[in-house]
Design a protein around this ligand. Structure first.
Ligand SMILES: Cc1ncc(COP(=O)(O)O)c(C=O)c1O
Length: 398
């Protein structure tokens, strides 16, 4: 059979299959110990409680829970989200600044649709979240990676990038336990970014799926909380504190901007599932998220520590290893001559998977890095997989 050629839009030429998705297919084999995906631990999902909530919602609300609803999202759910954000992120958000989205991933896509014309510029951390690169890519921007160290984006580098590029539309940042690097921005860097962005008239897109997953240290205010100019869009999600399969998330934006987001979401999917929003609101009312978050944090902290313990003992000294205070990921930097894609091939022979870090740099390079997830394997698999990985690295480094 000859394969048909389709006359696709020009922007689709730049779309690549996500390396992580392709890898995840490979790593579904049961013998693989996978540190590749960013999956939460499924055994912590409250399936029994969700069955109870679903029954209650359908019994008390009946067909209304199965009907179309407003694009903005369920008012009760938005109210709960605003209350939680203000309590956990030190923000002062109101329910009418919130738009419910189908995953934060949709928030990223809507952001691209709303802000980006071909040739516009996105400023981002280096490295940054691959899913955001892919979401923005469809709108044909250029990416400028701003120098980023252990405290976050370097302010002087940010100012320089803004001075050099006159079509910057927004700065995209993940200030807490970043995917992929696990880094957390200091308070000083948060203030500097918000201040510089407001002065230069560019919006900050704060992507914050992990902030509540803190294992140690003091919580820091969100960028949205330190902003006084109404210049930050906050993307939050229940994927990592609750269950990703619900695809229930939100964004908080100044009212006038939120209205624009509502319009682009309307054309994308009319609204996020009515039933799922009612389930989520019901869960928050009946159980709250606090026990869930506590459980997740305890389990992930233990898993991080097992991995860090093995790496401290057996990883060659030439490898730099981060010590994230929360989240889902460690970040490894190998000596410059090591290519993590080759390392992955060798590691897969030992049935251990991870993601080579080069994929997280929109302009390429940095092939000597790797993202290692510690949230979704059992403790004994983490111990064994980490030992195997150390042996592979030791062999490669000779
Ligand atoms: C930084 C970041 N943003 C957004 C997302 C997407 O989250 P959601 O499941 O809410 O679409 C992820 C998922 O891993 C992520 O790491």
């Amino acid at each position: 059979m000859t394969s048909a050629t389709f006359k696709l839009a020009r922007r689709c030429e730049r779309l690549k299959a996500s390396e992580i998705r392709e890898l995840l297919k490979l790593t579904a084999r049961p013998e693989i110990i996978s540190f590749a995906g960013g999956l939460p631990a499924a055994e912590l999902f409250p399936a029994r409680e969700m069955a109870e909530i679903t029954r209650r919602v359908l019994e008390t609300e009946g067909c209304k829970a199965l009907q179309y609803s407003t694009t903005e999202g369920d008012p009760t759910l938005r109210h709960h989200i605003a209350e939680r954000m203000n309590r956990t992120q030190q923000t002062r958000v109101e329910a009418d600044e919130i738009l419910i989205t189908s995953g934060s991933q949709q928030g990223l896509d809507l952001t691209g649709k709303l802000f980006l014309d071909p040739g516009d510029v996105v400023l981002c951390e280096s490295p940054t979240y691959l899913g955001a690169i892919n979401a923005f890519q469809a709108y044909e921007p250029g990416f400028v990676e701003v120098d980023t160290d252990d405290e976050g984006m370097v302010p002087a580098a940010l100012e320089q990038a803004l001075a050099r590029h006159d079509r910057v539309k927004f700065v995209y940042a993940i200030p807490d336990f970043q995917n992929p690097s696990g880094r957390t921005w200091s308070l000083a860097r948060r203030r500097a970014l918000v201040e510089i962005a407001a002065r230069e008239g560019v919006v900050v897109i704060e992507d914050s799926p992990y902030a509540e997953l803190r294992f140690e240290g003091e919580p820091l205010p969100a960028l949205h909380a330190v902003d006084t100019a109404g210049n930050v869009v906050f993307l939050g999600t229940f994927s990592k504190t609750f269950c990703p399969g619900l695809r229930c998330a939100w964004l908080a934006a100044p009212r006038a901007l939120r209205e624009k987001y509502v319009m682009v979401k309307q054309s994308a999917d009319l609204h996020t599932s009515t039933l799922i929003q009612r389930q989520m609101a019901g869960y928050l009312e009946l159980y709250g998220l606090e026990d869930n978050v506590r459980k997740v944090v305890d389990v992930y902290r233990e898993r991080r520590d097992i991995m860090l313990g093995v790496f401290a003992e057996a990883m060659p000294e030439a490898v730099e290893i981060t010590h994230p205070e929360g989240g889902l990921f460690l970040w490894l930097t190998f000596p410059g001559h090591v290519n993590a894609r080759d390392l992955l091939e060798k590691s897969l022979e030992q049935h251990v998977a991870f993601v080579p870090g080069g994929a997280f740099f929109p302009n390429g390079g940095n092939e000597n890095t790797a993202r290692i997830n510690f949230s979704c394997m059992q403790p004994e698999q983490i111990e064994e997989g980490s030992r195997r990985l150390c042996r592979v690295v030791a062999e490669v480094l000779g």
